[in-house]
Design a protein. Sequence first.
Length: 304
Amino acid sequence: METAALDWVERYAQHLRHERRLSPHTLDNYLRDLRHLCDFCDRQGIADWTALSAPQVRAYVAWRHRTGIGGSSLQRELSAIRSFFNFLLREGVAGHNPAQDIPAPKSPRKLPQTLDVDQTARLLEIPGDDDAAVRDRAIMELMYSSGLRLAELVGLDCTDVDMNDATVRVTGKGAKTRVLPVGRKALAALHAWLQRRHLQSGAAATSALFLGRSGKRIAGRTVQDHMRRRALAQGLAVPVHPHMLRHSFASHMLESSGDLRAVQELLGHANIATTQIYTHLDFQHLAKVYDAAHPRAKKKGARD
């Protein structure tokens, strides 16, 4: 592409960095996606952004798809291209957005991994009475009790937990706050941890609910590592990570209540379509029960 066209990519990067204040990681993703588009334009002899048409964007998507890029990744790339052209429109450089109505190819959505109720109970039966065991028990009980994201958990302050009201106030995506119920087991685990917390080194200097070995707010990576090791010690064959507890919470709640809207509110999903994936998990469970129990569903040779 011509130097002038590439200059607009740099101006867009400055816009993302200083006006939209995107994180360095998100900014890198946007710019990487635009570099792929620049490579495509060079191959096609497209020298200027005003020359890029909707059919050519479709050809770009098809080209990327042929190289093995999945639908969700292409959806992100198209989002970056649309955002870039909206910037060019704002600056009076482009007259239209060629990516506006271009869909990404659909990919089969992977169902999230979950633990069943028995596996979850085994995970939460953390042995020991040392500080780390008491803290880890409180962390995992709270994550499962209230369906917290990892970032929500590590961001909690002591004042976010209301032991009398049995609630926790969390700040989720988009800085949105929601108040969630906390179950009996999680309350007991939190009470045990709070009796130990003030004795930890550095506790007086931070408002963080959960502390790491340094006495500062616990890091997400620490929670991940401890959960993985606790799961192995408890004999769980599947690799366990924090989001698996959130998935398990959602699946178990939906299986028991059938109330999709309530689960959406508890999870803090802006769109109910995000929550609906758990209905597929619930259906899988029902299908297994049906296949095992219904006389007309049993395989040939099975006893009636």
